[in-house]
Design a protein around this ligand. Sequence first.
Ligand code: IDP
Ligand code: MG
Length: 155
Amino acid sequence: MEQTFVILKPSTIQRSLVGDVLTRFQRKGLFITGIKMMQLDEQILRIHYAHLVDRPFFPMLVNSMTVTPVIVMVLKGKDAVAVVRSMVGATNCRNAAPGTIRGDFGMSGQENIVHASDSPENAVIEINRFFKPEEIFDYPIPTLAATYAPDEIDQ
Ligand code: IDP
Ligand code: MG
């Protein structure tokens, strides 16, 4: 089953929205296979946001992402990457549809609550960037049979 990578950004920590956001993912039926708090720095952000390093707002983004620790997590589910991206919504919270996480919890383009992997290929890269193999857990999930039809479970 597919895994995706999510960051609860510093604004989410500061605004005490961790539980609300995590509950969204859990209620949907995604399972947590890895989760920890960590302090990001410019070095890892220059890699993680390599597509943005030349943009004028990049220093502001680094400041925003390092102002407190973040919570990083790995979520598991069928088509987890696409499902989580659709739950997260458009990059700018002011444009994000109501019902999405960014649409419901934010007002900013930069302070937009969460990061989520944008493709299965990037999810694998990002999980390996932020987690050691032993920090990802494969454990029995008794509710799996109530969450999916038998032919949707590929393991
Ligand atoms: P995404 O998070 O929806 O995948 P990206 O384009 O990959 O969006 O941008 C990464 C992050 O950089 C965004 O989540 C947001 O925090 C920040 N960002 C993107 N564009 C802007 C901008 O124009 N101004 C300020 N911050 C931005
Ligand atoms: Mg992105």
